[in-house]
Design a protein around this ligand. Structure first.
Ligand code: F6R
Length: 247
């Protein structure tokens, strides 16, 4: 299903409140909430609202386990562009989550250690009972996570090569495209699909054409987000601009 909100703020608040409700529900049962998280511009207001709920309403994250979708490779965690820095800045440093419960693909691994790391990432997700909610943005290539065109629907966590358009879109953060890593470690489409709820968010006019393809286009590895049409537990949360080309 597709839900269209007046603006990104309203959409973000609704997603944050769903996450907050899940966390509180799990607290009642003394169980853990397992969240799949994304970085990038799209979820920033969601994280800001979760931080507000923590500070002003006492929402606790002590029972929360997180798995981020992806990280550039290679990448040092303390670099400004790392997804570790992003998550700390926007969420983890402002809430009471146990950092031992935070999982982000490791951009410092030796190449030969990546396959074992990726298998273990999948195993860890399974061991904690699977992802309750997976949050997604969408890239202009149609990527979810960093599953670029050509990704298989049953793909798992792995090392991938970033599309040229993805690197151009990241150029500003790195001070030029040539400084953007060519690779990343990402959860696979198959990993994302196992989440019990998938929420893909998109705002602004610049996402309108890829959203049209993702929601209404033919299912194809050329636009990996089209695979989401095959899931019965996915929701597209859009603002009016991102939804503007939908029929
Ligand atoms: C980020 C991620 C990417 C982004 C996508 C959109 O962890 O997996 O798929 O969600 O590139 O990025 P923004 O939100 O910056 O437009």
């Amino acid at each position: 299903p597709v839900s269209v909100f007046e603006n990104p703020k309203a959409a973000s608040l609704s997603v944050a409140h769903r996450i907050g409700d899940l966390i509180k529900e799990k607290q009642k049962n003394n169980s853990k909430a397992v969240l799949g998280l994304a970085t990038g511009a799209t979820p920033i207001a969601v994280y800001a609202e979760l931080v507000r709920m923590h500070k002003e309403e006492g929402l606790s994250f002590k029972n929360v386990i997180t798995f981020n979708l992806d990280e550039y490779y290679p990448m040092q965690p303390d670099a400004a562009q790392s997804y570790v820095s992003f998550m700390n800045d926007h969420l983890f440093d402002h809430i009471d989550i146990d950092k031992n419960n935070v999982n982000i693909p490791d951009g410092t691994l030796k190449l030969e250690d990546i396959p074992a790391f990726c298998l273990n990432y999948e195993k860890k997700i399974t061991e904690v009972g699977g992802l309750d909610i997976q949050i997604l943005g969408i890239g202009r290539t149609g990527h979810i996570g960093f599953n670029e065109p050509g990704s298989a629907p049953n793909s798992g966590t792995r090392l991938v090569t970033l599309d040229d358009l993805t690197r151009r879109d990241a150029a500003r953060d790195f001070g030029g495209k040539s400084f953007v890593p060519t690779k990343a470690i990402t959860m696979g489409i198959g990993t994302i699909f196992k989440a019990r709820e998938i929420i893909l968010m998109a705002w602004n006019k610049k996402k309108a054409s890829i959203i049209k393809k993702a929601v209404e286009g033919e299912i194809s590895s050329e636009v990996p987000a089209t695979y989401l049409q095959l899931s019965d537990h996915v929701e597209f949360i859009l603002d009016q601009d991102a939804a503007s080309q939908l029929t």
